[in-house]
Design a protein around this ligand. Structure first.
Ligand SMILES: CC(C)(COP(=O)(O)OP(=O)(O)OC[C@H]1O[C@@H](n2cnc3c(N)ncnc32)[C@H](O)[C@@H]1OP(=O)(O)O)[C@@H](O)C(=O)NCCC(=O)NCCS
Length: 196
């Protein structure tokens, strides 16, 4: 059973993995090539999704793709639920059992790993990563380049006074976030506190 819905151009096209590290020539039945070969191989159209969980590395790789004229696509599992009035920027990865409810804005290159959810009225920036099982409740603002670890839970904010997780912050796995997180901070625990 296919579990990923890709843009129609992929159907009938060729899917490859792109990896500049040491890699086998075939991964899960698909050719694996380095980035230079991806750029130079003949194709009428090429698109990429950047499957790197570190927000900063993902941003650097995406910027290189843009500079090279490579476009992006979204990888979305068949059973993802997206409710009303949701916008999601290009290049997202939405894994199986992800739910995004209503009135949500999400930026570019978002990663939502298995079983994570975004509740109502949240605003999520560019290059944000949710590890598996992240629970993001309503009226939360997550700024660019934030990484949220597995099983973390984020308390709801209020209309007009959202809970804010600042740019580049890291929320450790299992954290329970009950108040704003400053930009660049790493927080862990229940309730989440800055890691020393
Ligand atoms: C928070 C985090 C980023 C810290 O990483 P790190 O800087 O490498 O931290 P370390 O592993 O060196 O641990 C430092 C200390 O913090 C503690 N710690 C680490 N992560 C913690 C967490 N999530 N909650 C509570 N304590 C944590 C460690 O036990 C250690 O304590 P000690 O000094 O008393 O032994 C990381 O542990 C984390 O939670 N990452 C997310 C992982 C994840 O969700 N992966 C999903 C993959 S799909």
């Amino acid at each position: 059973m296919p579990f990923v819905r890709t843009a129609p151009f992929v159907r009938g096209g060729r899917v490859v993995f792109v990896d500049d590290g040491a890699h086998p020539s075939v991964v899960n039945g698909h050719d694996c090539v380095d980035y230079q070969k991806f750029l130079t191989d003949a194709a009428s159209r090429k698109r990429i999704v950047v499957a790197i969980s570190d927000p900063h590395v993902r941003a650097r790789v995406a910027a290189k793709c843009v500079a090279d004229g490579v476009e992006f696509f979204e990888a979305r599992a068949e059973n993802v639920i997206v409710m009303d009035d949701v916008s999601i920027g290009e290049g997202a990865i939405l894994s199986p059992f992800v739910t995004i409810t209503s009135n949500v804005r999400i930026g570019r290159h978002y990663h939502a790993n298995l079983y994570s959810y975004v509740e109502h009225d949240c605003v999520i920036g560019d290059f944000v990563t949710f590890a598996p099982g992240v629970h993001c409740n309503g009226n939360v603002v997550i700024e660019d380049h934030v990484y949220v670890g597995a099983g973390a839970m984020i308390k709801q904010g209020k209309p007009g006074k959202p809970l804010v997780i600042g740019r580049g912050a890291v929320v450790g796995m299992g954290a329970v976030v009950t108040r704003d997180v400053p930009a660049g901070a790493t927080v862990v625990g229940n309730p989440a506190r800055a890691m020393r």
